[in-house]
Design a protein around this ligand. Sequence first.
Ligand SMILES: NC(=O)c1ccc[n+]([C@@H]2O[C@H](COP(=O)([O-])OP(=O)(O)OC[C@H]3O[C@@H](n4cnc5c(N)ncnc54)[C@H](OP(=O)(O)O)[C@@H]3O)[C@@H](O)[C@H]2O)c1
Ligand SMILES: [Zn+2]
Length: 342
Amino acid sequence: MKAVVIHEHGGPEVLRYEDAADPSPLPGEVLVRVKACALNHLDLWTRRGLPGRSVAFPHILGNDIAGEIAAIPAAVEGLEAGQRVMLSPGTSCGRCAMCLSGEDSLCRRYRILGAHLPGGYAELVCCPAANVIPLPESIGFEEAAAFPLVFLTAWRMLVTRARVKPEETVLVWGAGSGVGMAAVQVAKLFGARVIATAGSEAKIENARRLGADEVLNHATQDIAAEVRRLTGKRGAEIVIEHVGQATWKASILALAHGGRLVTCGATTGPEGITDLRYVYSKQLSLLGSYMGSKGELLEACSFFFRGRLRPVIHEVLPLTDARRAHETMEKREHFGKLVLRT
Ligand SMILES: NC(=O)c1ccc[n+]([C@@H]2O[C@H](COP(=O)([O-])OP(=O)(O)OC[C@H]3O[C@@H](n4cnc5c(N)ncnc54)[C@H](OP(=O)(O)O)[C@@H]3O)[C@@H](O)[C@H]2O)c1
Ligand SMILES: [Zn+2]
């Protein structure tokens, strides 16, 4: 098959479009012909290399995959060759107490396609049959590929971890990021008031179109002060954090009494300043969130398949242009998802 392969960590130049061995499904797996694969910021981390996380080279990136079933070695009820599907990006052991409680992403053997396992920057990929989600006719491959990882993440952050309620105010950093674009929609779906941020006038306009009630410019405005102004000094009940070091302090300051700060990422660095006096006197909850379960993704999908959640696609590029897609994400030119099509 053809694939975009990395043989070493580094910049976008290490992405190479070349011939690679066809993968063969293990027992319990299916072989999928990839039609579209979306980028995530995780692809940049994996390409650059993270301390303590080893990748077996040659490695194929790509967490978010949609395509057709090419082969199912052992019959699985409800799945057949040729079926249009998207893939849940996380795999887990399926046998531990966490897995059996529906907490896949707390499994010690949790693995993500394209990060720990071969991914979708390729014509073919294998994954466990349990990760296969049949697609309705109304959903295209590119849209399907743009959905799973970030909507799963936003769903777990808002619904499972922060338990968002109607009329609560949710601050979403970076509405143009994959996570932010999904979080704005999930928060609106649950009846919250959304204050979003973005780093340019064009992205601010896009965030408004996406449904954010208020949009602030994180490059020029004091976000915590603006959130207090917009909430009659109360602050936001929930803050959706993924930017990390550059925004953490403001996230703490933006919270209301009893507020919940949910973090899933550290794009700008892992160290945040936390004034502990705010944490105890305002009784704040600091919550971590990592991916989610297959069940949570299916819940989010039920809204996707009915048109109530819609991934925003910034650009669809051919797989051969994976390098350009990485450069676009690194330069922060995108609003929403970048999708590679095979
Ligand atoms: N734990 C999990 O389960 C999980 C899941 C998904 C993602 N993540 C992590 O979450 C982060 C976001 O992922 P993604 O795929 O959504 O990324 P992305 O699409 O590349 O978006 C990056 C965002 O960061 C914003 N940003 C960058 N520097 C900033 C700064 N100095 N101040 C404010 N905003 C800044 C950008 O805003 P502008 O361009 O508008 O300035 C942009 O919205 C990544 O670190 C990723 O690894 C974690
Ligand atoms: Zn497990």
